[in-house]
Design a protein around this ligand. Structure first.
Ligand SMILES: N[C@@H](CCC(=O)N[C@@H](CS)C(=O)NCC(=O)O)C(=O)O
Length: 203
């Protein structure tokens, strides 16, 4: 089994943190996205989409979506469960996971891809207005998360889950996306302070 990863880029990082939380170590090949290494022959052979992360199983199966890769490890290494502990909890984790991805993680990614000079080669054209619109959506999402986090410790409930990993990786990418760290969202800031204390996020 081999993981093709991309260092601190948000999607590869989600998988790295997920694996660290479960205490799983596997062979990993790192690619430097800033140097466009993901577009080279080595990764293209495994994933013609040229995106990271990718998990290649020993039987040759290739899994290319971050959440699908996490699902694979949730099923093969259930302890600790990070995608819900029972039916209703799994439903809530999926609901929050989708919301956080669509309303926070993707806007941060699009803001970076359309506003940061380093990302110029990742898009056919950088559209400044689209980047700025996404910055606004990310800020709105953070306000919403702040309200939610004033009622409970973690985003999807009282337990740490994959949703916290997704939101953390977006939050950590605010600077490249040219979005100021919030100073007026105490519950979100409290949550982020707790996330950086986890050993899985220090890697
Ligand atoms: N939907 C994919 C997206 C993967 C993705 O876009 N990864 C980024 C890094 S965060 C990437 O590989 N970018 C390289 C590029 O755009 O060329 C997933 O969830 O895994």
């Amino acid at each position: 089994m081999k993981l093709y990863s991309g260092g601190i880029a948000p999607n590869p990082r989600r998988v790295s943190i997920f694996l660290a939380e479960k205490g799983i170590e596997i062979e990993t090949r790192q690619f430097d996205i800033a140097k466009l290494e993901q577009k080279g022959e080595e990764l293209t052979k495994v994933n013609s989409r040229q995106r990271l992360p990718v998990l290649e199983l020993d039987d040759g199966t290739v899994i290319t979506e971050t959440v699908a890769i996490c699902r694979y490890f949730e099923e093969t290494h259930p302890e600790p469960l990070l995608m819900g502990i029972d039916m209703l909890d799994r439903v809530m984790v999926e609901m929050w996971q989708r919301r956080v991805e669509l309303e926070f993680f993707l806007p941060v990614a699009f803001a970076f891809r359309h506003l940061h000079p380093v990302a110029a080669d990742l898009e056919p054209v950088q559209v400044r207005q689209w980047g700025e619109l996404n910055q606004d959506w990310a800020k709105k999402a953070m306000s919403g998360l702040d309200k939610e986090l004033s009622t409970r410790q973690y985003i999807a409930g009282d337990r740490f889950t994959i949703v916290d990993i997704t939101a953390f990786c977006a939050y950590q990418f605010l600077k490249p996306a040219r979005i100021d760290y919030p100073t007026d969202l105490p519950s979100l800031q409290r949550w982020h302070g707790e996330m950086v204390q986890r050993s899985s996020t220090k890697k």
